[in-house]
Design a protein around this ligand. Structure first.
Ligand SMILES: Cc1cc2nc3c(=O)[nH]c(=O)nc-3n(C[C@H](O)[C@H](O)[C@H](O)COP(=O)(O)OP(=O)(O)OC[C@H]3O[C@@H](n4cnc5c(N)ncnc54)[C@H](O)[C@@H]3O)c2cc1C
Length: 450
């Protein structure tokens, strides 16, 4: 490689890519960061809490089928990641509980992402926005950079000792969602930046990388069915986090999941039900205590039912359970069956003995009228499947399961960490981004034999 070879080429300038690039630059290394969008930041610009499970044991409890080495690396690297964010002058607020088992810090992610980019520019490192990566460069099986297309239409060959894939996953591509998440996932709403469409996965596959985590599930939330999410402000405003305290019925009128385990888990379960839509039913107590209340400490509450209604969602207030029997036919739900199920639930509430599925947490009855009904559908933020990596960020070869020389991946481009469970998206992007930076600063890519 020649004198213009940089230590690290980063493809994708979101949480993982900017973290890796800035860390390498801060340590005196050379970097080029290539971002497809007009602006860096990706989905991380919409996120606010850097969090994960506080211990390896807790991570294994909630995510028993994920890769244990990656789980350990995430938990072990979390504090260093937070310290790194703070080292850039970005506030990480005191720790708060997240999703019942996790712990994390509210962070101004926009401040952090901009601080990373500023650090790169201040150190004379290049940030190329609106730039496409056409192909990885390879030399005897080793990845040596990429061939890119600049916004003016000119080509640029960027040679690098290490190349990091950090394009944020494939959730923006309906066909990849159908192939790797669930056939019905082709039609679900996207609750993430629109640019993460599997480019990292495709580039990695050309270099022989392994894909892991088919059917591993995805992180997302229930959103009002059929409502456009084109305005990113809706990603949070319309998310039906309160489903953990409500009842969720599919189009046959059946409950099918323990709603109390988490909205993100109900979201995955709903994707597998007929037509991937369901009715979320709450009562006046749930409306008071959860629908209009704050979801995580520090975020003010808003009346989500009102917001959904105003956004044009299929939503209604029923004065009594009897009203369910006269649910509009075009909604396509057996209203009388749902009424009966709610009455059965209320009779069994508190005991859990006769409930199927059971309720591990909130077992209070839904018996305080009026009843708030919203039609919900799953929306995806990122899939858990992706390029297989080890804890140092090396991408693993499909053929040998050993590192593909010169190639790294982090963030939602990487798979294997979670299987049908979720413990944070920013934290893995941060921790494995920093791990990739360490690898780029300390290792020489292995020579390829043969
Ligand atoms: C509304 C919302 C709220 C969230 N809240 C939280 C939260 O509070 N806590 C949490 O832990 N997680 C949260 N997340 C998830 C978190 O944002 C992601 O897990 C995290 O940003 C993933 O980091 P990443 O670097 O892999 O992807 P991103 O941050 O999305 O960055 C990927 C980047 O790659 C770019 N890109 C795509 N293709 C190419 C290409 N071919 N070439 C160059 N660049 C490319 C994209 O434009 C983007 O800039 C939230 C997500 C959303 C949408």
């Amino acid at each position: 490689m020649d004198a213009e070879t940089v230590d690290l080429l980063v493809i994708g300038g979101g949480m993982a890519g900017l973290s890796a690039a800035a860390r390498v630059a801060a340590e005196g290394g050379t970097v080029v960061l290539v971002e497809k969008a007009e602006r860096t930041g990706g989905s991380a610009r919409f996120a606010g809490f850097v969090w994960t499970a506080p211990t390896f044991e807790e991570m294994r409890r909630v995510n028993p089928d994920g890769d244990p080495d990656l789980a350990a690396a995430l938990v072990d690297g979390f504090d260093d990641g937070v310290a790194w964010i703070r080292s850039l002058g970005v506030e990480c607020r005191p720790p708060v509980p997240v999703l019942g088992f996790g712990r994390g810090h509210q962070v101004d992610t926009n401040h952090y992402l901009d601080a990373c980019e500023r650090l790169l520019r201040d150190r004379g490192q290049e940030v190329l926005t609106a730039t496409w990566t056409r192909a990885l460069l390879t030399e005897n099986g080793r990845v040596t950079g990429a061939d890119c297309l600049l916004p003016d239409g000119s080509a640029r060959r960027i040679e690098a000792t290490w190349t990091l894939l950090a394009t944020g996953g494939f959730q923006g591509d309906p066909e990849l969602r159908a192939a790797h998440v669930h056939p019905q996932a082709a039609d679900i709403a996207l609750r993430a930046n629109p640019h993460s469409r599997g480019d990292g996965l495709a580039l990695g596959r050309t270099a022989g990388a392994a894909f892991g985590g088919k059917d591993a599930g995805f992180y997302g939330h229930l959103m009002p069915a059929g409502v456009s999410l084109a305005d990113p402000a809706r990603f949070v405003d319309l998310a039906l986090y309160y489903s953990e305290h409500a009842l969720l019925f599919d189009t046959t009128g059946e409950r099918f999941v323990d709603e109390t385990l988490g909205d993100h888990l109900s979201t995955m379960a709903l994707l597998e039900r007929p037509e991937a839509r369901g009715l979320l039913v709450a009562d006046a107590r749930v409306h008071r205590e959860w629908i209009s209340a704050s979801y995580v400490a520090g975020i003010p509450g808003v009346d989500k039912f009102q917001l959904c209604h105003r956004a044009g969602a299929r939503a209604a207030v029923a004065d009594s359970l009897e009203d369910f029997a006269s649910m509009p036919e075009e909604w396509g739900y057996p209203g009388a069956v749902i009424r009966d199920r709610i009455e059965e639930y209320n009779a069994a509430a508190g005991t859990n003995d006769t409930l199927t599925p059971g309720r591990r947490h909130d077992r209070l009855p839904l018996d305080e009228p009026p009843f708030y009904v919203v039609e919900a559908a799953p929306a995806i933020t990122f899939a858990f499947g992706g390029l297989l990596i080890d804890s140092a960020g090396h991408v693993l070869s499909d053929a040998t399961k050993s590192p593909v020389p010169g190639l790294l991946a982090a963030g939602a481009d990487a798979g294997g960490l979670y299987r049908r469970a979720y413990a944070g998206g920013l934290a893995p992007a941060l921790v494995f981004g920093l791990a990739a930076a360490r690898t780029a600063l300390t290792e020489t890519p292995a020579a390829v034999v043969g």
